[in-house]
Design a protein around this ligand. Structure first.
Ligand code: SF4
Ligand code: FE
Length: 489
């Protein structure tokens, strides 16, 4: 019977890893105590804490048919339609609890997408994958879903610039050797295992780039480098904005990393790799309708708090701006829930989101949070640019005079939170992640153009305009028309 890790056991488990991690040009001996890393570890730890919290246990855990026991939802397969809805609800709770990216969803969405893809691949790929997943559910590991290749010059295919893609450079009797890099790796330095997957559909001749495999984060040859964010030096200090939690983005370098065959799930199967990408994109684009509304709840709360501290909370235009922020936030959440509710079951047994709504959800995430941030900055006022540090506000000589003119600690801390969530210290800047996480806006438009049923729309328009059916066109709706014409005759 697997036991789900607690937050404490999760943080301790990271100390047992021999991770090669660099931050600001220095090798980090213990990430769990590093001020730039610990806040991101805290955000992941929240996913463990909720699994043991009686208020949230039902959302944060699920029964696994694989290990016949409850598991953390972040290692669970979407085997029931309501699993997708619960995922969104859990992401909103965690987004609000941490105010940032809690980093564990790429692994969860990747697990489910790879379950589907390996099932389609046939052979023993699926059995190998399921055996690994059982181990993950028992260990309750954090899985870093690793998709994005650097890609270099976008006009060139992988074969023309192999160093820009993770690839197989050698196949041995016992396994494969991987070389290259994955970038924008959410939470990689806080994970136990890396699940590499191709970041784009590969063509015949590009089989070496079509690799999906799992490996420990401290496998020999893996090096991680933490991304640098604006005002990162404030992390862990009083001016951090978000006092406790942070997201994390990492560059992961693979220098001839060996992976045994039992952890290689796809190797050169182009069709299943394309399925993997499409399925993952759907899941993760819906996921943004869970976490981002949770983050935006915090931003709305901080803006609302500031209007009270400024004494303008009764002004009608202020109230209207807060209503607008809430309305835009719920629009995104509703789209994520819609994509998750309108799910269909794949032959493998796993449920898949509605691709149109999932992509519309993420597409709105590339826009609406920008307007919400604009309104938050409007309500916060220009003081955000002038607010001195907490050290100045609390200074024995100048502190009292400063507090008289710029306000209390309360106002300073609330302003810092708005600042850090819009573009600043405490977390991965919300807007950049909203724009590019789970795919940049054009990626969603490409899927939408493919997934929208244009012919059904043209058919409806022709029928109602009084045009005859085209050859071979379904005519069920025209039968309804005829039935209605005849009704009461
Ligand atoms: Fe999860 Fe959102 Fe972070 Fe993606 S961006 S890992 S969905 S919290
Ligand atoms: Fe993300």
């Amino acid at each position: 019977m697997p036991t789900m890790r607690t937050a404490d056991r999760y943080v301790r488990s990271l100390r047992e890893l021999e991770l090669v991690l660099y931050v600001d040009g220095e090798r980090v001996a213990d990430p769990t105590t590093h001020p730039r890393v610990r806040p991101a570890i805290n955000a992941v730890a929240a996913t463990y804490a909720l699994a043991h919290d009686p208020r949230h246990r039902e959302l944060a855990t699920a029964h696994s048919d694989l290990v016949r026991a409850p598991v953390n939802r972040f290692t669970h397969l979407f085997t029931q339609p309501q699993d997708l809805v619960r995922k969104l609800e859990l992401q909103r709770v965690l987004g609000r609890l941490t105010g940032t990216c809690f980093q564990r969803c790429v692994g969860m969405d990747g697990i489910n997408a790879l379950f589907v893809a390996t099932w389609e691949a046939g052979g023993d790929a699926h059995a190998r994958f399921v055996a690994w997943l059982e181990q993950v559910q028992r260990s309750d590991d954090v899985i870093n879903g690793a998709m994005t290749d650097p890609k270099g010059d976008r006009s060139k295919r992988p074969g023309e610039q192999p160093e820009q893609y993770l690839r197989v450079v050698e196949r041995r009797p016992e396994g494969v050797v991987l070389r290259g890099a994955k970038i924008h790796q959410t939470g990689a330095a806080n994970a136990h295992q890396i699940l590499v997957m191709p970041g784009m559909a590969m063509r015949p001749g590009e089989e070496d780039f079509a690799i999906a495999a799992a490996l420990p984060v401290d496998a020999p040859g893996v090096t991680m480098v933490l991304g640098r964010q604006p005002s990162d030096e404030r992390k862990g200090g009083p001016d951090a904005g978000n006092a406790r939690y942070s997201g994390q983005e990492v560059v992961v370098l693979f220098d001839d990393v060996f992976v045994p065959w039992e952890r290689v799930f796809l190797d050169g199967q182009l069709g299943p790799c394309a399925t993997l990408l499409e399925t993952f994109a759907g899941y993760h684009r819906a996921s943004y309708g869970g976490c981002k509304p949770g983050n935006l709840d915090v931003l709305i709360g901080a803006a609302s708090l500031l209007t009270r501290l400024h004494g303008v909370e009764r002004a009608s235009h202020v109230r209207d701006k807060l209503v607008e922020m809430a309305h835009l936030t719920e629009t995104v959440h509703g789209l994520g829930l819609g994509a998750s509710s309108k799910s269909t079951q794949h032959g493998s047994g796993v449920w898949q989101v509605d691709p149109v709504l999932a992509n519309v959800c993420k597409h709105n995430v590339t826009r609406l949070p920008y307007e919400i941030v604009r309104l938050a900055e409007d309500l916060a006022g220009g003081l955000m640019a002038t607010m001195p540090s907490l050290a100045d506000l609390r200074h024995p000589v100048i502190g009292e005079a400063l507090r008289t003119v710029v306000g209390s600690d309360e106002r300073a801390l609330a302003l810092r939170l708005v600042e850090s969530m819009s573009y600043g210290a405490g977390s991965v800047p919300l807007r950049i992640e909203c724009m590019h996480g789970a795919g940049s806006p054009q990626a969603q438009r490409i899927v939408l153009e493919r997934a929208v049923d244009w012919e059904a729309k043209v058919r409806a328009a022709r029928r109602l305009a009084g045009l005859p059916p085209r050859e071979g066109e379904p005519i069920e709706d025209r039968r309804v028309d005829a039935e209605i014409d005849d009704a009461g005759q």
